[in-house]
Design a protein around this ligand. Sequence first.
Ligand code: EPU
Length: 432
Amino acid sequence: MEKSFIIKGGKKLIGRVRVSGAKNAASKMMVASLLTDERVTLLNFPAIGEMDIVAELCESIGSKLTRSKGKLSIHTPTIKTHEVLSLSRRNRIPILTLGPLLARCGKAEVPILGGDKIGPRPVDLHFKALEAMGAKITATEKSYRAEAPHGLHGAKIVFPFPSVGATENAILAAVLAKGKTLICNAAVEPEIIDLIKMLQKMGAIIGLGANRTIEIEGVPRLRGTTHSVIPDRMEAASFACLAAATDGKIFVEDARQEDLLTFLNAFRRIGGGYEVADDGISFWRERPLTGIEFETDTHPGFMTDWQQPFVALLTQAKGVSVVHETIYEDRFAYARDLNAMGANIKVFSKCLGEVACRFNGRGCEHSAIISGPTPLVGGKSTARDLRAGVVQIIAALIAKGTSTISGVEEIDRGYENIDGRLRALGADIKRV
Ligand code: EPU
């Protein structure tokens, strides 16, 4: 049965919370483990719904998994099947298995992708990269079929846009390909660098060049390793927004300054306070919040996954804030939920940034103006997607009265025991 959160707003969140291992690193590392027939151990492994989905995917391919608190051991001595079709549209990870499956079996078939409903999310760049390395890819109604009977070879891949997933796919395919691969205009998100570190420990030869280039020299085989997953910078930013939104103070253990540089600047500009310690960062509200203009971008810019919790916070800022979302064309649907609770957010299809983005003239609502501060009142809503669900939690925690958020499985997909951890910080939240 669908689960809901019942939240009574108005409590300041105060205390200490630890961020989990990063969802968007751990899931890719599970896929990377398929590149070797030896055991891979992941530490700081998050206990979130998304990992169960990826575990099911790896098991269907032939992996044996053992999990204990904060640890996953994954071992794929043989590939049972190159077809991962039974796992339908629940997330976007299956496409990343193409490289490992092509390397180990010479063929692969994966389902058409799912994931959060935040835009069409095409996969053309993934295929361009794999095709440049010698894969032949065909699309059926429900799946993508790839073949490389003579193995993959190195190639020069130039991305028109630094896609996270396509960069990861190219890396995962190139580490066992014959010869050298050069990825230009690659995404260099901290989760990707962490994946590279893990692959290097497995025996891969990967270097980072200037101007977003990644150089990979293929090796014949990779070995097992133990790797600790980078802390989740999205979760860290969500707790920072919660601290400032409720006028509380939260020490976010394991939040890493180097992964939050751009967020910290924006947080400071609107009136948030923070203090960096060796083992984490404290967040609070330093002064009455004020509006800001910003746009989302690939790393090291302001990341798209910070946008939603930050906008929830901006509903409490004095004046006007302008947000230009340049990564996803449809990431403001949650504004309707906030407006229903009393916020004043208007969305626009125009580019409200200094430079027009690739969505210019496409009619998609990818800019927003938030006027505040607006008192919020509790209401009923359904978690639209993972990050939008967190917006609804933040809004409910600052709203007057009681809110009910249904469909919390979406939130569980990316946030470990979110209700338990919020309760420990003083929130009045119940799971029913
Ligand atoms: N894009 C294309 N063609 C492609 C690939 C991407 O046009 O072949 C476009 C997408 O449609 C999108 C943009 O490029 O508009 C960005 O996509 P990207 O490939 O960079 O993102 P992703 O790999 O699909 C990952 C995270 C997202 C995060 C983005 C950006 C995972 C599983 N997902 O998605 O995380 O927002 O990078 O940093 O790693 C989340 O955690 O809530 C989430 C959505």
